[in-house]
Design a binder for this molecule. Sequence first.
Ligand code: ATP
Ligand code: MG
Length: 585
Amino acid sequence: MSKKTATGKVFDFGVLWKVFKGIGPYKNTFILTGIIILSLAFLSVVRPFLIKNGLNNAFENNDASILIPYFLGMLGVLMIETVLQYYQTYLSNLVAQSVTLDLREKLYRKVLKFRLKFFDKTPVGSFVTRLISDIDGIAQIFSNGILTILGDIVKLIVVISAMMFISVELTLVVLIPIPVLLIGTRIFQKAIKKAFTEVRNQANKINVFTQEHITGMSIIQLFNREKREYEKFKLINKEHQNAHIRSVWAYAVFFPFVELLSATSMALLLWYGAGEVLSEHLTIPALIAMILFINMLYRPIRMLADRFNVLQMGIVNAERVFTMFERDELLDDTGTIDRKLEGNISFDKVSFAYVEDNYVLKEIDLEVKSGETVAFVGATGAGKSSIVNILSRFYEFQKGTISLDDQDIRNYTLDTVRSQISVVLQEVFLFSDSIYNNITLSNKDISREQVIEASKIVGAHDFIMALPGGYDYNVKERGVMLSSGQRQLIAFIRAYVANPSVLILDEATSSVDTESEELIQSAIEKLTKGRTSIIIAHRLSTIQQADKIVVLEKGRIIEHGSHKELLSHDGQYKKLFELQFQESP
Ligand SMILES: Nc1ncnc2c1ncn2[C@@H]1O[C@H](COP(=O)(O)OP(=O)(O)OP(=O)(O)O)[C@@H](O)[C@H]1O
Ligand SMILES: [Mg+2]
């Protein structure tokens, strides 16, 4: 994670520009906010001048009632300022939140299409940080950043000009502490930037850690790791706290320092100003106006340092978010063929590696005719699920060709491949939603009748109806409320209602009870009937009827043939079969 902007510049204007391109539809609101902020900067000097002129007038005429119209004027200005301030806050935040809403949507939409390889190497928590807090940081660029900084700078110029207008000499005396303030601000800015970056990094760490450990809670408890994990968490939490404290410390030193300098300015003003009044170079009302101006001077300077940091952090965040945007993690989807598949599949010398050169599938040759059922067996890690991964185009294979109905699989659109090849993954994933929605995945084309019919065919209808709420039963996160056999059946229905040309079943490794096993087996028979099917089986009982059985070992096909053929010679399949046959009585 980059702590600085990649270019090392204080401000990376390139990134800032990209952020600003997001303003598009909100440009008018943004400009309006800018106008309001500038108006506020100019309005701020009106009241001290009204006080000065009013008092002058009253003193000259020895009549306090002259002040009344001045006070009314001040009241009027104050009301205008209040209204403008309301709009400034409201509109700048509106722009900020609108831009971030768009960014978040765009980023999420893009990530939805990322190749799975990306997710293998990106911790979920860190992605959550990108999408939530980093984008929040970008919002700050608009709500607290660029325009407010511009407003503050204009305000400074206006206030100093107004002071000069009253007395150049006095203004210069009053400004003596300013160089010290500028140096102090610079030091503060650096310190706070470091602290902020640290806070961000620690926040990300806490996110990643918590997310991962909550997901893996059962393992932690199973292996009695609670204490160790708690200690680890305590450490990360402590570092998180330290980072925050360091940032607070910088403020704790800086703010009193500014107060000190502001008081020095005030002292200089009173000392020098009193002399000027006595020598009749300055009126008392003018001195009062100067006092008011000094207060106006220091506030924006104090805020400026802070706002520059916010802006800088926003830019660092934006940079991270944009790197995510610019990642080329999209699957190649240049194929154009979109037609109903017959279901002929052929592998021609296909080799595949997840990580460079570490091939997990080697020169796979295979023919599956339309309507056939082919089963894959082999030891764990042999590469069975990897076949599924490349056939459904989750991952890209490096060598050889896979053809569907005599056309390279890459010539089809991804949509075609995904909609006509249904996969029941080895690890069934259910969303925290109703059973019904988990089956249809919110596809409105699938009717309730179809779902129920499919469940009856698969043999899951009875157990679903027995649940409270039936098809509307909420399975909670990752389907924890169901057994693994039940989850598998839901996944079968999900595949069945999609009515695919090719069906791939990657059987769950975890053992299920005999009742579920029987259900699953009969479900598989019904699902595979009449369509090209690839079954990855851990229980060999499931696949004896298959047209062809393929034995994989270390990424290579070592045997293939029907159940009978394979048993007739002394190969790996026979060994596997005998092993399982002995195991299960
Ligand atoms: N996402 C991944 N990134 C890198 N390597 C992977 C990934 N998934 C699997 N592998 C590796 O690829 C090899 C084949 O794994 P695969 O999942 O295909 O095995 P399998 O035959 O399905 O095993 P099992 O019977 O346990 O499901 C293994 O050595 C595994 O470590
Ligand atoms: Mg597997």
